[in-house]
Design a protein around this ligand. Structure first.
Ligand code: SAM
Length: 276
């Protein structure tokens, strides 16, 4: 899916203006003085290495984009009118609207490969495309992916089997109910991908729920940080947190590193182009 589609599915009418501001602020490698962020930029953000693991995931996406299959989906959308209602939906529409674009999937893969987390928590499984990018980068990590809609999660489980990713653990239910239980069973978290319930209060709340369990080198990844005014505000608030030592704004995605050895710095780095 071209990233240009991102501009059509967001709720933020000021997105083109935000994009211009981002382009003016975003730095390339010359402007980075932190050795950690410089390495992150070269290996992860600007990295262009292609891995064999990408091929079956993109084949799966192609199949999902063209299948006639339907599934029962319970809407957990960001507080809209249909929230809580279960409807039959075409898989191809979900694949087109909700799955992470390939460019960002590859970014997640490179990030996980670089960080080598011991555990990965994903909030928002959908059909499992982002889950698979993260899993394939570090198959030995314990990966838990959370989804409210049972039909969607079951379908993702089939995709995981097809791509030999059977060790992924799926947790089904509203985050409000499942997250406390997931966190209670972990003594630490190394990596969290926030990609469900894009509401300001919920996003900040989930961040604070994970924060006390963040390990020395933890990274939290937020998708769609400019999806709506609320998500923009959530990101602004998250980066103010003193424990968020290094933050990186990549326009569509925000990275928060909780590395206690780093001094607090907030970066806006060149990554996003709607035409890639
Ligand atoms: C954008 S999609 C995830 C896309 C997926 N990460 C990918 O890139 O392939 C967000 C998912 O989060 C789920 N979701 C949203 N709010 C939720 C909530 N409060 N509890 C549980 N699941 C929720 C939705 O059902 C949806 O499937």
């Amino acid at each position: 899916m071209p990233c240009l589609l991102y501009f059509r599915r967001v709720k933020n009418l000021l997105l083109p203006i935000d994009y211009l501001v981002y382009q003016l602020k975003a730095k390339g490698p010359q402007g980075i003085h932190s050795p950690f962020v410089f390495e992150l930029y070269n290996k992860v953000i600007a990295g262009s290495a292609m891995y064999y693991e990408f091929i079956p995931i993109e084949h799966l996406r192609e199949r999902l984009l063209h299948t006639k299959e339907t599934i029962e989906v319970t809407d957990f959308g960001a507080g809209g009118k249909s929230t809580g209602i279960t409807q039959t939906r075409k898989v191809k529409h979900i694949a087109r609207k909700s799955a992470i674009p390939a460019k960002e999937g590859r970014l997640l893969f490179r990030l996980v490969n670089f960080m080598q987390p011991r555990n990965i928590i994903e909030m928002g499984t959908s059909l499992g495309i982002s889950t698979l990018y993260q899993y394939k980068a570090c198959p030995d990590a314990k990966l838990i992916t959370m989804e409210g809609s049972r039909g969607t999660s079951t379908f993702a489980g089939i995709n995981f089997k097809i791509l030999q990713a059977d060790t992924i653990r799926r947790v089904v239910g509203d985050f409000a109910e499942t997250l406390p239980e997931v966190i209670k069973n972990l003594s630490f978290v190394d990596y969290v991908f926030f990609d469900g319930n894009h509401r300001k209060e919920a996003t900040i709340e989930y961040f604070h729920q994970f924060l006390p369990f963040a390990s020395e080198n933890a990274v939290f990844v937020f998708d769609d940080i400019r999806w709506s005014q609320g998500m923009k505000e959530a990101w602004e608030e998250i980066i103010k947190e003193p424990k968020a030592t290094v933050t990186v704004d990549l326009f569509s995605i925000g990275l928060v590193f909780l590395n206690r050895a780093q001094k607090k710095q907030d970066f806006v780095l060149r990554y996003y182009t709607p035409f890639s």
